[in-house]
Design a protein around this ligand. Sequence first.
Ligand SMILES: *Cc1c(COP(=O)(O)O)cnc(C)c1O
Length: 477
Amino acid sequence: MKLIFEKSSVGRTAVELPDFEYKKADKKVPKEFLRDDVNLPELAEIDVIRHYTELSRRNFGVDNGFYPLGSCTMKYNPKINEDVSRFAGFAGLHPLADDGLSQGSLQLLYEMREYLCEIIGMKGFTLQPAAGAHGELTSVMITKKYFKDLKEDRKIILIPDSAHGTNPASAAHCGFDVVEVKSDADGNVDLAELERLLTKDVAALMLTFPNTLGLFDSNVTKIAEMLHENGSLLYMDGANMNAMLGVVRPGDLGADLIQLNLHKSFSTPHGCGGPGSGPVGVSKNLVKYLPNPVVKKKDDKYYLDFKNKESIGKVHAFQGNFGVIVKAYTYIRKLGAQGLKDAGENSVLSANYLRVKLMHDYNLPYKRICAHEFVLNDLDMPNHVTTGDIAKRLLDYGIHAPTIYFPMIVHGAIMIEPTETESIQTMDRFVDVMKKIKKEAKENPDLVRNAPHNLFVKKLDGVKAARELDVKYWPGC
Ligand SMILES: *Cc1c(COP(=O)(O)O)cnc(C)c1O
């Protein structure tokens, strides 16, 4: 398929503008706005529509089919969320409009914060961070300020080997030294190892919970106790809160800080670099460090309070990705308390259903009840068919590949997360397809190795792509 720039034809246009002599009309228009040498594609409306419709047909999203991408929580995003976020009063509000003109939006932000405090069991929340990793960074900044105020120079952040890869990056970005904690044979944090590493230099432990093996660490309250006794903080990466919604509150387990991913657990669309939202919740002694401004309420009027001097400052323009917050707010209001609990329980039920259905055909390294996801690998595959081959073959059957080769503590990992929004029929079809691929691997391994066969793009040479990067570009772009 050609780039839209390659389809350009000089002089072709989709709109007819009235004649307008810019230069005469307004001498003050800056010169750079009057350029006619900008290399933009020139196409008729029909060409533009066909181009983007064709691109969308080649894409795969949760609205096309089953998308069991572990850790990413590709659950269905109810369309009512989109409707509400497009209400003119929300979508059209200028971010600099004063408090008096923004009452509805401020009320929504205020209530959203209160809902999250209640659902997660924390004392305060900021809605500013734009993504999960941004929420991690915000949390690490708060941690840093907390110890600075205590005049304690703690340099280390402990991170289990089952953590999400963004955790060490966030800690290092903020100037901490990262020390890895090994998992034990059950996939929990190794307590003896934690004990050994827990010196007075340790500021915090960043615990992905549930971890990237899809497991609840059964010693979590013990871990919290050990950290607190040492004066350290327990940070939870709650990106995959799906598995706990309405059932467990991280605050009750001892978390001092947590980031959520509204674009995972609270059903707002994500992928392709679109906007996300990674709110951060904190315990009582950390509330004062949350980013400014904070939405407050007095005599039934909402207002933005910028006064907190101990705040770490702003981490995003205005109130974060407001539209995303509106979608997640709609989701919470639509489900209510019981609905959230059902979502949490069903996400765990779905994952365990698939785990049990597949564990006789595929190797399951950690034989335990899982949370929202589970990890298989390619150890039992005939003819050395690999995880990568299985993932590509799934595409031929109209199923998005699971997350593969992650977490790295499992060789050839296949991380599967069905989410609560899939029907039993969809999951049964996935099981059938996975079993079929196993059979193909035995009887016709090349069919699997050379997949995909039915897509626009065939099997790519991953090594060549990495070694000889060839990114098409359009001069002047
Ligand atoms: C997705 C994810 C992240 C990163 O979130 P982004 O929004 O992509 O920055 C961090 N931790 C866990 C456990 C995740 O699943």
